[in-house]
Design a protein around this ligand. Structure first.
Ligand SMILES: [Zn+2]
Ligand SMILES: [Zn+2]
Ligand SMILES: [Zn+2]
Length: 207
């Protein structure tokens, strides 16, 4: 007969924790949406959704229409590798309740914007409203809750969330802008952090 589990045993706790951590290192079942042939293909997981299920690309894009800053990983058969919603094709259309602006054309299509959030640096593909009497690009970012690095043709932005986070860390822990940016940089990529566009962001914050 199996010995009863001692819930107060630290070794038992450690073993359960390791099991839980390792269970996230590889898919343990085929995603439910893959049982339908139209959802076959890549298996994607989101690090920021409170849900551990895997999805196909189409379902991932559908689930993230309003969550462009979520971080995603793709299962490559051996391990999860970093991917991005922008690379999968997510476009955030502004100014028309989520619909594409009728004034967009091939020459003025979506544009990649670098966004700093508390989970790291993200590239987001933005479909601007380009209507003649529409708001400026910076006003469109402010409406999203993002602070543009410049008012004229912004390509970098900071979420209100990340600024509040920095304000609290600065007050409570005396964190400097430099240290905060390095931490965000390493949250994004702890292997090759120097490859990230953090210098532009530092320049915007510090000047
Ligand atoms: Zn998500
Ligand atoms: Zn699917
Ligand atoms: Zn428009």
């Amino acid at each position: 007969m199996r010995a009863p589990v001692d819930n107060h045993d630290p070794l038992e706790f450690q073993s359960r924790l390791l099991d839980a951590l390792f269970s996230h290192e590889a898919p343990f079942s085929v995603p439910s949406c893959h049982r339908d042939n139209t959802h076959a293909g890549a298996m994607i997981r989101c690090l920021d959704c409170d849900n551990t299920t895997l999805s196909c690309i189409a379902c991932t894009l559908q689930q993230h229409q309003n969550q462009p800053l979520h971080r995603i990983h793709r299962w490559n058969g051996s391990y999860y590798e970093q991917d991005s919603l922008a690379r999968l094709g997510l476009i955030i259309s502004l100014g028309h309740i989520g619909n594409t602006c009728p004034s967009q054309n091939l020459l003025s299509g979506p544009q990649l914007v670098t966004v700093m959030d508390i989970t790291g640096l993200h590239y987001v593909r933005i479909g601007w409203c380009r209507c003649f009497s529409g708001p400026s690009h910076s006003s469109q970012l402010f409406a999203l809750g993002w602070i543009p690095a410049t008012l004229s043709r912004p390509t970098t932005a900071f979420t209100f969330r990340v600024m509040k986070h920095f304000q609290m860390l600065s007050h409570v822990a005396r964190t400097t802008p430099w240290d905060f940016c390095i931490a965000i940089q390493r949250l994004t990529d702890n292997i090759e952090p120097e490859e990230l566009p953090v210098s532009q962001i530092l320049w915007s914050i510090c000047h």
